[in-house]
Each structure stands twice: as C-alpha cells, then as structure tokens.
Ligand binder design. Sequence first.
Ligand SMILES: Nc1ncnc2c1ncn2[C@@H]1O[C@H](COP(=O)(O)OP(=O)(O)OP(=O)(O)O)[C@@H](O)[C@H]1O
Length: 429
Amino acid sequence: MLDDEGEASVFVNRDLVEPDTIIDEERIVGRDDQLESVVSFLKPTLQGNRPPNMLLYGPAGTGKSLIIGAVTQQIIELCQSKGERFGVIDINCQPINTLDQAVYELIQTVAMDVGADIGVPETGVSTKRKYRRLYNLINRHYDSVIFILDEIDLLVGRRANDEPAYSKLLYQLSRASNTDEIEGRVSVAALTNDPKFMEDIDGRAESSFNPRDVYFPDYDATQLREILGNRRDAFRKDALDDDVIPLVAAFAAQSHGDARKAIDLFRGAGDLADERGDGEVRENHVRESQEEIDKDRSLKLVEGLTTQKKISLYATAAVANYSNRPRSSVPSPVGFTVYQWVTDELDADQMTRETYVKYVKELSTYGLVSTARKSRGRGGGMYMEFTFTGDPAAMMTRIIDDTRLEAIAEQEELLRTVINSQLQQFHEQ
Ligand SMILES: Nc1ncnc2c1ncn2[C@@H]1O[C@H](COP(=O)(O)OP(=O)(O)OP(=O)(O)O)[C@@H](O)[C@H]1O
C-alpha cells in the first residue's frame, strides 16, 4: 500500500527536464550566433517594419524551436508593452497530410490564441475559403504576425506529380502581405532537419519565400554536458552522482548530439531511481534507462504505425537486411519499388513515392533511420538514402506481427531476389 514514508523523490523541479518546458534565456547553451541572427532578423517588427522570412535548419533536437520560441516570446512582451499585438502562429507539420488541413490547423491555432470561433467547418469548404478565414482572423486580431512551420518538409500533400503542399503553403503565406490579404506585417519561419529543403521548392515559392538561413549544428558532448548542467536544479542537490551528467551527455552525443534525447534520458534516469526508491541517481540508472528507451522506442513506434507505414518500413528494412552489397543503405527508388512489390503481393493500397519517402523520413525523427540526400551525378536527379541505426532484421520481425505482413514473410527467398535485382539495376544505371 502507499504510505508517506520511504525515500523522497530525486526531483525538486521535474518540469525543468520535460522536453516542452520553455526555459529562460540563461539556461540556453552554445547558440549565441543563432540567437543573434534570429534577433537581428526579427528586430524590424519592433520598429514597425516587416522582418525577412527565415529558414532554420539542422538535425533534430538542436534548438530550432527553442531559439525561435524564446525570441518571439520576447517580442510578444515588448509589443504588448507598446500596446501592439504580435501574433505567433506556430504549427508542427508532421501529423498534417494536406495543404487544406495545414490551413485549418493555422486557423485553429489563431482562434485558440485570440479566443475567437474557428468560424469554418473542417471539411466541406474550399481551401480558399479557409485562407480567407485565416486572413480575416489575423487582420482583426494582430498588427503583425510570424508563422512558425515546424518540420515543414513533412508537409508533402497527397497527390503525386503535383507541387508539394509545403511549397504552396510557403508561397501563399509569404505573399499574403504583398497582396494585402494580410494587412499587417507578416513573416514566415520554416524549420526543418533537411539541409537541402530549398531545392524541392517550386520557383515561384522560392522567390516569394526567399528566406534568410540560420543553421543549427549538432551539439558535442561538452555542450550537452553544459545543457544538462544548467538544469541540474531539476534534482535535489545531493541526489545526482557526479558520473550521471557526463554519461547522459556521452550517450546523447552518440545519437547525433540531440539535446532532446539528452534531456529525456536525464529525466528517465531520475524516474527509474524514484521507482526503485534509491534516493540518488547513479550511473546504473542511466544505463538501464538508455536500454529501456532503445527497446521501448522501436517497439512502441512500430505498434502505433498504420498498416501503410508498417509496409513502408518493412520494405525499407528488407532492402537493408537482404542486400548483398557491402553497404546496407537503402536508396529511396529501390525502397519504393520494393514497397510497390509488397503492396501488390498483399493487394493493399499503394501510396505515391513522395508519401513513401515521407513515411520513412518520419522514422528518422525517432532515430530509427538516418536519412541523407544523394545525387546520381550529372543530370541523374536526387534521391534519399536511408540507413537503419539498429538491426533491420529485428525491425522486420517486430513488424511481422501484423497479420497482413505474415504472407510476405513467407516469401523470403523471392523478396531477397527482387531486392537484389532492383539494387543491381539501380547501381548500374
Ligand atoms: N542550446 C540549448 N540549450 C538548452 N537547452 C536546449 C538547447 N537546445 C535544445 N535544448 C532543449 O532540447 C529540447 C529540443 O530542442 P528543440 O525542440 O528546440 O529542437 P529542434 O531543433 O526544434 O528539434 P526538432 O527538429 O526535433 O523539432 C528542448 O527541450 C530544448 O529546451
């Protein structure tokens, strides 16, 4: 039974190690250049001018949301003190499938911020009408706005051979003030992990968006130690063994210097110490917590995937696993052909190549797959290359629990042959 006795928690302020907590500026480490750039770009807002659009790019967990959030928060406060209304319209594009949904999400965000009605139904009206409602709300409630579009590269839309949804959205939003659809000052900040994002944008969107770039590189172990050190007051003074922060930083540095992962592991180790009533966080809590995170992450992720995402992941993992080539990375055109083969065999729906690539790219945000953009040489076009961070065979086994995919698992030899002939064709081209 529960009682009041037993060890006190190792935490005194657990919020500080929650990933979404907005931290004070003095806790931010090693992002002086980025802060300075974003501040200088957004300063015109305070002088009544229109700031430039921005592209904030760099790997996951490198502080893009943190920096833009911290600067825009300050601007909101400064504007408020002058009686001006600065709107920050912030959405994450990852779960959004279409342009229409993205515009609706923007309306919802504004309506919530200003306490107004959404004013349009989610379905059954045109996207144009939704844009009108969005602009109308903005004109009524703000003097200037910034749109923050996180994970913009994942907003691809549904139709193949069409301009991607992100390109259309960037075009519309960045020209809205030129066409007076939005009366106040507007700027757009797009956030992405993809360093070559601008290459996929339609020329017209490119020239109206025309952003100033801010690059966010990986953190090294020393910076991660400092980031964690600045939050050690999340824990009781005597509750943190000296080895803990260096070890957490070392683990996170191995996974691409992601500060979010470092903070999650820091919190996880504390939770484990609490669960066991140990009263102090030690090295073993960090190691065990890291093992749990690794196991849980891939299991939970796979369980929660839709069948289409499972098929995409299965096909990609199969290429990595059955490849006879020395490097087991997966070129997206080969992954997509194998995905098509699998869907044919299962008589399942078939998504477009863009959607397949989007699904696999999404997995990179969970650290299961790393992605790189490759060129096929002169005139050969670009493609994505996927590499599994863990064992692709284990990933396949996890996915096969889905009954529909069992039928494919029974055709292992055939699948292996299809894959290696596709890889050969691809590399000979
Ligand atoms: N320089 C830093 N100093 C202190 N904390 C940091 C720093 N950079 C990132 N963090 C923390 O790490 C977590 C992830 O950061 P953030 O969400 O800004 O990353 P991101 O680059 O936007 O990632 P993603 O591409 O996954 O959206 C947040 O909890 C943030 O507070």
